[in-house]
Ligand binder design. Sequence first.
Ligand code: ATP
Ligand code: MG
Length: 414
Amino acid sequence: MSNGTFGIGRETRIVRSGARRVFTPHSPVDDISHFFGREEEASRFVSVINTEGQHVLVFGDRGVGKTSLAITTCRVLLQRVMGGGKYIEKRCDSSDTFESIVLNVLRALEIEHQNREMTQTTNRGGKASIKIPVAGAELDSHRQNAVKVLHQVSLSSPSWVAEQLQSKPGIFLIDEVDAVAGKEDRKKLAELVKLLSDNKSPLKVVLVGIASTGSDLTAGHPSVQRCLKEVQLKRMDDDDIKKIIRNGFKKLGQVPTEEVVTRITDISAGLPHFTHLICLKCAEASVVSGNKHIGSEVLTAALIESVKDSENALKDSYTNCLHSFNKPLEYKVIVLGAAQCKGSEFRAYDIRQQLQDRVGLDVEAAIISRRLTAIAAKAGGIIEKCGRGYYRFVDPRMPSFVKLLHGADKQSAA
Ligand SMILES: Nc1ncnc2c1ncn2[C@@H]1O[C@H](COP(=O)(O)OP(=O)(O)OP(=O)(O)O)[C@@H](O)[C@H]1O
Ligand SMILES: [Mg+2]
């Protein structure tokens, strides 16, 4: 460390500025004041939750803002519409099963979830009975009959779980359902939703996950469609991305130029993660320099920092793919042209157009076509064929990452 302070002075200034609370590339938004756009999806979400017997399924591509929409809307709903009720959140991973998921909600609602011997008492003169655990039970033996019964837990049974949950008001958010490996487990989740719906439960379930169709997340359970309403999230509009940029910088008292706003919007391509990432790097640079004006020089330096902070999976698949060719530079140009195309699918012709317009390069469509075929043929390639003459990026975030790299490259070359 050159100055022996481990960068602590710089860090302290950044933390005090609040920039990392305003721009949060690595965590979902959970506060309405940082949440932009999505009016249509949020109001559908609200109306579904407020309809008896209906539950919500939020799905879409990686990083479009699914968790942010679900968390922010649930919070608002519980505070302003449902008048309370518990909010329980479970983020799944590949080791989760139906049992491990429902265990979360049972624990949070303080529902007995272990087999236990209970003492059931009956008043001699009447029929009323209560259950109390054996340990610590104090019975008036003159007036009550006591019978030992077993509180039988059946965590793997959707109907047992539904019975325990159905009278409890609140929202149970199950995020990253796509990570749950077992098809049977996902089917059981769908079954649980169906049972809660049939019983008009005030406990609402929100399922969230990466998928191109809603039924991917419920393993195609047929009868759940009536009660599990889908909210599909697509990329954000450019206007809403601009709101994230402008409002964020405004909160920090920083002023970006119009060119900076336009370039961040272009790189983001509707994915708010990249907006937050680049804006955060710009904001940090501005805090450290003390210059509230954010121009193109600050932006290009921020792009270099953003590349460093990007997900390794993106960096690795990009580098591995290009380095598997003898002349990686020739392929890099094609990938850049593809990243500049509007829309998720592109042809060799579209890439040619982009390279001409944006980079001033004229490459024959036949050459582009050959290289696209070669990239798509590679195992672990970053582009795949999706129709006759049509291609797309395997990871929908890749075009933004490629543009980020290109912006950072320009700075390094200067
Ligand atoms: N409506 C919004 N307004 C402002 N920022 C948003 C909005 N939606 C998402 N973001 C930001 O975008 C990034 C990704 O959001 P989020 O984690 O909600 O996406 P996701 O679709 O759940 O991602 P994943 O597929 O990885 O689970 C986060 O940095 C979050 O802060
Ligand atoms: Mg998420």
